[in-house]
Design a protein around this ligand. Sequence first.
Ligand code: HEM
Length: 377
Amino acid sequence: PYPVYEKLRQSDPVVKVMLPNGQTGWLISTYEDAAAVLKDPRFIKDMTKFVGQEHPSVFSKNMLFSDPPDHKRLRGLVQKGFTPQRIESMRDHIQEIADRLLDAVSGKDRLNLIDDYAFPLPIIVISEILGVPTEDQDKFRVWSNSIIEASNQKMGEDVTRHMNEFIAYLKEWFAKVREQPGDDMISELVIAENQGDRLTEEELYGVVTLMIIAGHETTVNLIGNGVLALLEYPEQRKLLQDRPELIQGAVEEMLRYNGPVEFSTSRWASEDLEFRGQLFQRGDLVIVALDAANRDPAQFEDPDLFDITRGKSPHLAFGKGIHLCLGAPLARLEGEIAVNTLLRRFPDFALEGEIGDLEWRPGMIVRGVKEIPLRLS
Ligand code: HEM
């Protein structure tokens, strides 16, 4: 998409477009405008203010689709589970998971990077944080997929059935946790609810669903897209292999160069307003092209170059403003461990085939490839 973004930034930085799902909306593609929209309280998230009182699904009552003051309440309850200190305390455990996944292919000469490594790692981690029993993790994978499809407006029969199964599962789960809370985030939330700390049953569905989707659909592509960038730039890979302590900067550059979340989620103009000379009407949809902003030459020198030594990067891969990704410390840690462990354990890995032949996943928001087949020796 990057050549298209370059043209847009130059000729139509704020432009009305038809999205793949048939909706029309404003697309924002320069860094400066992207950051401005994400911070501007005139662009709001709760679409029920325009299209009727009901949320489109029980799952959308969550912080990502809420505005202040609701947003603060919904985010506040989970926030303490994601502080940098709390996440850092998970380092050894995440390392064990990465090693366990790679142990499973040691002795083999091939690794399917996505299916065998990049996908399971964040799912295991988020399932453990939430308290999903190991034996149910496969079901969650199917449900997560269906919820994504539903949000792409593809409500097939299977999707409806999966959503109903998912709600039934959650109901039973919360009931069990109310009787016997464990040492996990859902228990904490449910206990908070018992103590009068106000999460409705629907809001609980919303938060769990948001975590599951975030855990299933994003970090996988940080690891996948990041390894692709290393394959594309062998000298950067060599540098990181020689100096693993550069990993933090490398992950930031992976997020900037090939961000896993191509577009922000929807925002809506809360009033008639003017933005960069364009007239927005109340209720207009606004989408920020995060990956376009992250390649804006007005913000980043040589933006199309992957350089793990850039230093502190103000990229927008995790968004900005009040909806800045809550899971960012976790995603960063998972990315750092996953990439460095792969480089350390299989220093000679190589792509089978050509980068240009890899198939990208369909879908609007998340950007990543379906498969990355690697030869290990
Ligand atoms: C929000 C990106 C991983 C939880 C966001 C947003 C972005 C983003 C761009 C803001 C969307 C907007 O403003 O429209 C990413 C990327 C990830 C990642 C690139 C991986 C590399 C995770 C993980 C979790 C998570 C692992 C949790 C387990 C959330 C939550 C929000 C959010 C809860 C909503 C925050 C709010 O509305 O206040 N993420 N995310 N994310 N992310 Fe992530």
